[in-house]
Design a protein around this ligand. Structure first.
Ligand SMILES: [Mg+2]
Length: 379
C-alpha cells in the first residue's frame, strides 16, 4: 500500500475577521492510498498555516512539505513516518504548527492501519480497558450570572456529573467570577464536579493564589491554565500551595515539551489535545511520562467529531483514561461534520469497536464551507 495524496482541507463558517470561539473553523486531512483506503484526521489550529505546512514545496532537507515527505510511502509505517515528518520539517517545526499538522496526519494513518487490519484502533494500541468513558461538559458562562441557571440545568439534564466553565468574561473580574460560580454551584449542587478554565487570565502567581483562595468555597475540581504554560515557576508555586488541582497544557506539543512542562510546572493534570500534541502516537508517549510523574492525563477536546473519535480510541486503551471533555459547541462543524458522531448517553460516551475511527463525513457540508486556497492566495 502506498500514499498517493495528502489532502489538506480548510473549513470555515463565514465570516473572516472574527475569532472562532465555538469552532467556526476546522482543519482536516484525508490521506489517500493506492488501495482506495482513506484515512481521516484533524487538527484544532490555524487552518491556513497547517495547509501551507502540508502543501509547501520542499525547500531543503529539513524544510520539506509534509505531503511531499509522505508521497509513495507505506502508510502502515506510522512510527517511521512520524519521525521522518518530524526530522524533515525540523527547521519550521519541532513544536507548534508543524506538530499540529503532523497530528492530523498521524490520526489519519492510525485510521488507515486500523481499517487495513480490520480491528479497532484501541486493539492496535494494546487493548481496550473500558467500554465507557465519563464525559465532562465544557461551557462558556453567560455574562449575566442569573442566566447560567437554565444553562446548567440543561447540562444536568444531559446527564453530566462533571462540568467546566471558562471563556466569555470569566477570569476578568473577581467579583463577577464569584457571582457566576455562586449561581453555577447553587444550581448544580454539591455532588457535581465543577472546574474552571482561566485561559491564562490570572497574570502572575500572587494574583492567581489570591483568586484561587477566594474560590475555595466552591470546591473546584481543578483550576485550568491560571497562568501561561511558560510560567513554570508561577505554576509550580501554585501547584504546591493551591488547595485545588492545577491543570494545563492544551497548547503544548510533543513529549519533549510536555516532559519539560511536567518536570518544571508540576501540574496535577495535563491536558494534551490529540489533534495538536503530535497525534495518537505522541499522546501515548506523553501519557507514559505523565504516569512516571504522578500526573493525570485528561485530554483537551473542543472541536469536531473527528477529534472526539480519536480521543475515545486512545482513552479506551489506557488504564487511567477515565474522563473526556465534551464540547457544548453548537457550531455546524462541531455538530454535523461527522454524520455518525460519538454521542453522549447519561453523561458517558461508549467506546466503538469498529475498525478505524469509524466516522463518516458530510461531504455536502465540506463542499459548502471549504475554503479554496493555494499558496499566495490573498483573502
Ligand atoms: Mg482550556
Amino acid at each position: 500500500m502506498k500514499i498517493i495524496d495528502v489532502e489538506a482541507i480548510w473549513l470555515r463558517i463565514p465570516s473572516f475577521g472574527e475569532l472562532c470561539e465555538w469552532g467556526e473553523d476546522a482543519f482536516l486531512v484525508k490521506v489517500h492510498t493506492d488501495t482506495g483506503l482513506i484515512g481521516i484526521g484533524e487538527s484544532d489550529s490555524a487552518p491556513a498555516v497547517l495547509k501551507a505546512l502540508i502543501e509547501t514545496p520542499s525547500s531543503h532537507s529539513t524544510s520539506r512539505g509534509l505531503r511531499e515527505i509522505l508521497l509513495g510511502e507505506n502508510p502502515l509505517d506510522i512510527d517511521r513516518l512520524w519521525n521522518k515528518m518530524y526530522d524533515e520539517s525540523s527547521y519550521m517545526g519541532r513544536r507548534g504548527a508543524a506538530i499540529h499538522a503532523i497530528s492530523a496526519i498521524d490520526i489519519a494513518l492510525w485510521d488507515i492501519a486500523s481499517q487495513h487490519y480490520g480491528v479497532p484502533i484501541h486493539t492496535l494500541l494494546g487493548g481496550k480497558v473500558r467500554d465507557e468513558i465519563a464525559a465532562y461538559g465544557t461551557f462558556i458562562p453567560k455574562d449575566k450570572p442569573a442566566d447560567n441557571v437554565t444553562l446548567v440545568e440543561g447540562l444536568l439534564e444531559a446527564g453530566f456529573s462533571s462540568l467546566k466553565l471558562g471563556g466569555g468574561l470569566f477570569g476578568t473580574d473577581p467579583t463577577h467570577d464569584h457571582e457566576v460560580l455562586q449561581v453555577v454551584r447553587d444550581t448544580a449542587g454539591e455532588n457535581i464536579d465543577l472546574a474552571i478554565d482561566l485561559v491564562y487570565r490570572w497574570k502572575n502567581y500572587r494574583y492567581a493564589k489570591t483568586q484561587g483562595d477566594r474560590m475555595r468555597e466552591f470546591n473546584l475540581n481543578w483550576i485550568e491554565e491560571p497562568l501561561p504554560s511558560d510560567d513554570h515557576l508561577g505554576l509550580r508555586r501554585l501547584a504546591e500551595t493551591s488547595e485545588s488541582r492545577i491543570s494545563g497544557g492544551e497548547g503544548l506539543s510533543t513529549v519533549a515539551e510536555f516532559t519539560e512542562f511536567i518536570r518544571e510546572s508540576r501540574p496535577d493534570i495535563i491536558q494534551p489535545d490529540i489533534t495538536r500534541c503530535g497525534g495518537i502516537s505522541e499522546m501515548r508517549k506523553i501519557h507514559y511520562v505523565a504516569t512516571r510523574y504522578s500526573t493525570q492525563l485528561v485530554p483537551h477536546g473542543f472541536s469536531t467529531g473527528i477529534l472526539m473519535a480519536a480521543t475515545v480510541q486512545f482513552l479506551a486503551s489506557i488504564r487511567d483514561g477515565e474522563l473526556i471533555e465534551f464540547s457544548q459547541s453548537t457550531s455546524a462543524l462541531s455538530l454535523d461534520l461527522v454524520t455518525n458522531p460519538i454521542v453522549l448517553t447519561n453523561g458517558k460516551v461508549t467506546v466503538p469497536d469498529t475498525p478505524g475511527l469509524g466516522i463518516e463525513l458530510d461531504e455536502d457540508l465540506i463542499s459548502k464551507y471549504r475554503v479554496e486556497m493555494t499558496l499566495g492566495t490573498r483573502l
